[in-house]
Design a protein around this ligand. Structure first.
Ligand code: S3P
Length: 752
């Protein structure tokens, strides 16, 4: 009877799992939990394990030999081979002998070239019923007892179908894994083996080798007794099943040897640097790896999702802030480097001739994305280390074609400015970003760059990816910008460096002029007359020493913090006070805030000041439209100041806020309303009526500045504020939580 069960409301009828180790047993549990089949049947080389699986409810039916059930299996059933790689051949031989060709067969072996070739040899061609698969969800644990129905949730499953694989069989296996919460992708067989050799097989070889080396020392007792967290983290995978790894090493031999060879060359260089006390090379190797790891985790958060670090933190899964009301707001704070200037120091330094040294560089995710992009284009950069960088300029035409699309995370500045710089190169390149950046308008730069003769494409709706075919044939342009945007202006200025002649950009309102100032510093001919910036291209830029001021956009959170907290006094040192950035100071002063510039000087061509802010009660104002571009990034926290002021604050002429990292008018209106403030949003601004801030749960929509603004609101809240989706605070202000505690804010960051 059971064999004739109708396939109704389930994906498959019978799921037959051959091999009940960790993966096979976890699949069985997951299939039962998600109710995706009528029956889970288990087989294993050792029958006692099948019996144990049946007794513990992991499978529904225990079978000793495939021939017991093979005749009844048909197109609604799935055979999943979960045995160590070198056992795959004998199991598949049985399948080939016993099963009809309508039955879908898949597997979970880690080496796909081997299983595909084995199948081809057994069947005399690539069989259509076989879908080669590999869930990237292993663990150092093994065996039935470690089975976990959630093992595949948020993990990746790679399928490597051949040209002969049946589309229905492929679809079935794809849906099967998706039911468990896995994402499925298809890939070429040899590419799979090459990638896995580097990212999985190589680390296992290194871990086994390291533990083996230490364990064979006579003093191994001491060595292991005093081992710290790093050793434990690094060698966790050496606790994996040796037989499985022997099989992988034997079946993916070529790719693993290649990966080991690359690693040995690099290890040798590291060894020599240690041996010769070569501090520069050591810093280069370590800082390069550190920033690449931070950046690359941002690209593929799911890879690290759900897996903790040794310090208990988790990489890249979403976090929420829980902030209790109150805080004293008396402190002297060191605000990190300016984000806009940090981006520009990298871009201009990379295309200059000679060395550029940078101090005060912001080590946030956005600027690290720009840094990685230049490394991907062959530029040698030492650091960052404590805000210091050394950039070996490649010259205007010295960048190299990157092997893959440049991933720019959350950073609009990276994507827009780089587009301008890359249209002047002689290679093809694609720029991609995270979900938020992928919804930000890029036609605003594509339109003028196309008018310069650039080959640049976005998606039809103007969103990324941005595809560029660089060319040496850019033309002069005189561009009247339709919107006040420093990113658009800078993009055109950077493209103009590759024009033999003069270009100009006219702004509807002044925007930050860091590009102009820094280009001048590097020897470029740029002049500004009223709203028109004129630049002469085709001139060599010369490397410089750059000192970056602290970021006024980050300082703004603590200015408002002090402005709304009775008894406060905050001192912020070396803040960049370029006149195109001080809108927040002007607006807060108009509202009555007590803000003093105690000491002013210059970092190169950028003015800086120590800023002191003390509490004074605020009043609502109509924000003058000429301040909008000068305070464009600070509005989220200015809205918090408005909520704490007496009376009404109105903002108009700020439609640009709708196309930032989030729609900031909506994000702030929704959140402030939840906190009990009366807010009336409009297309190009909003009206806020000051009042008492309550508590509640607000969503930052993954926008760093919204997350920080609501955290600051807690200083005047009546009860706890919970801010969701705060991970991106690290894009611009990695030390925000630490500095918040220095002003007495009781902020706890938790995994969401
Ligand atoms: C920036 C310009 C501004 C600003 C952004 C940084 C820059 O964007 O909002 O955070 O570094 O040029 P727009 O040019 O889109 O206004």
């Amino acid at each position: 009877m059971r064999d004739e069960l109708p396939v109704k409301d389930v994906l498959i009828n019978r799921l037959v799992i051959i091999g009940l180790g960790l993966i096979g047993a976890s699949v069985a549990l997951a299939a039962k939990k998600k109710k995706i089949c009528h029956e889970v049947i288990g087989l294993n080389r050792q029958f006692s394990i099948v019996i144990a699986a049946k007794n513990s409810g992991v499978i529904d039916r225990a079978v000793e030999d495939l021939c017991e059930i093979s005749l009844n299996l048909n197109k609604n059933d799935l055979i999943l081979i979960c045995v160590p790689t070198l056992e795959f051949e004998s199991v598949l031989r049985e399948c080939q002998r016993l099963l009809r060709d309508c039955v879908t067969i898949s597997d979970v072996c880690s080496v796909k070239g081997y299983t595909v070739e084995t199948a081809k040899a057994l069947y005399d061609c690539n069989p259509s019923q076989y879908v080669p698969g590999h869930p990237i969800a292993g663990s150092e644990k093994s065996g039935l007892g470690a089975a976990d129905p959630e093992l595949f949730a948020n993990h990746l499953v790679i399928l490597t179908p051949t040209l002969k694989t049946g589309s229905k069989n492929l679809e079935l296996v794809k849906r099967f894994w998706e039911e468990f919460g896995a994402s499925v992708c298809c890939m070429d067989t040899s590419r799979h083996d090459e990638i896995l050799a580097s990212t999985s097989h190589l680390p296992h070889m290194l871990a086994y080798s390291l533990v083996g080396t230490l364990a064979s020392r006579a003093d191994h007792q001491d060595i292991f007794r005093f081992a710290a967290g790093g050793f434990k983290d690094f060698t966790r995978i050496a606790a994996s099943d040796p037989r499985m790894w022997r099989d992988i090493a034997l079946t993916n031999r070529r790719a693993i040897v290649n990966a080991l060879d690359c690693s040995l060359t690099d290890l040798h260089a590291l060894r020599n640097a240690v041996d010769s006390c070569d501090s520069n090379t050591l810093m280069e190797i370590f800082t390069k790896a550190q920033s690449a790891r931070k950046h690359l985790i941002g690209i593929h958060p799911n890879v690290f999702k759900n897996r903790g670090n040794s310090d208990g933190s988790k990489d890249s899964c979403e976090i929420k802030y829980l902030i209790r009301p109150g805080g004293h707001c008396c402190a002297e704070l060191r605000i990190p480097g300016d984000k806009s200037i940090s981006h520009r120091s990298l871009m201009i330094g990379a295309i200059a001739t000679g060395l550029t040294s940078v101090a005060g560089f912001l080590e946030g995710e956005d600027t690290l994305a720009t840094l990685q992009a230049f490394r991907d284009m062959g530029v040698v950069i030492e650091g960052p280390s404590e805000g210091k960088l050394l950039i070996y300029g490649a010259g205007l035409n010295g960048l190299q074609k990157p092997l893959q699309p440049l991933y720019l995370g959350n950073s609009g500045t990276s994507m827009r400015l780089l587009s301008g710089l890359l249209v002047g190169q002689d290679f093809e390149v694609e720029l991609v970003g995270d979900a938020s950046l992928s919804k930000r308008p890029m036609n605003r730069i594509a339109t003028p760059l196309k008018r310069m003769g650039a080959c640049i494409e976005t998606l039809a709706d103007g969103f990324p990816p941005v595809k560029i075919q660089g060319s040496g044939n850019l033309k002069s342009i005189d561009y009247d910008m339709p919107m006040a945007s420093a990113q658009v202006k800078s993009s055109i200025l950077l493209a103009s460096l590759y024009v033999n002649g003069e270009c100009s950009v006219t702004e509807p309102a002044p925007t930050r002029d860091h590009t102009e100032r820094m280009l001048k510093e590097f020897g470029c001919d740029v002049t500004t007359e009223k709203s028109k910036i004129v630049i002469r291209g085709d001139k060599k830029l010369i490397g410089k020493c750059i000192e970056i001021p602290s970021d006024i956009s980050s300082a703004a959170f603590f200015m408002v913090a002090a402005a709304i907290t009775p008894g406060s006094s905050v001192l912020l040192r070396n803040i960049g006070v370029n006149p195109t950035r001080v809108g927040v100071v002007n607006i807060l002063r108009m509202m009555g805030a007590d803000i003093k510039f105690l000491y002013t000087s210059n970092y190169g061509k950028e003015p800086v000041a120590d800023i002191q802010i003390k509490y004074r009660s605020l009043v609502g104002i109509d924000i003058p439209e000429d301040q909008v571009a000068l305070a464009i990034d600070e509005f989220p926290v200015i809205f918090v100041a408005a909520a704490c002021a007496t009376g009404t604050t109105r903002l108009t002429g700020a439609a640009e806020l709708r196309v930032k990292e989030s729609d900031r008018i909506k994000a702030m209106s929704d959140g402030l309303k939840i906190l009990g403030i009366e807010v009336f949003p409009a297309t190009d601004g909003l009206t806020i009526i000051g009042g008492a801030i309550g508590g509640g749960e607000v969503d930052s929509l993954g926008d760093h500045r919204i997350a920080m603004a609501f955290s600051i609101a807690a200083l005047r809240a009546e009860s706890e504020i919970c801010v969701l989706n705060c991970k991106n605070v690290a894009t611009s202000f990695p030390t925000f939580v630490q500095l918040s505690s220095e002003i007495g804010l009781d902020l706890v960051a938790e995994s969401q």
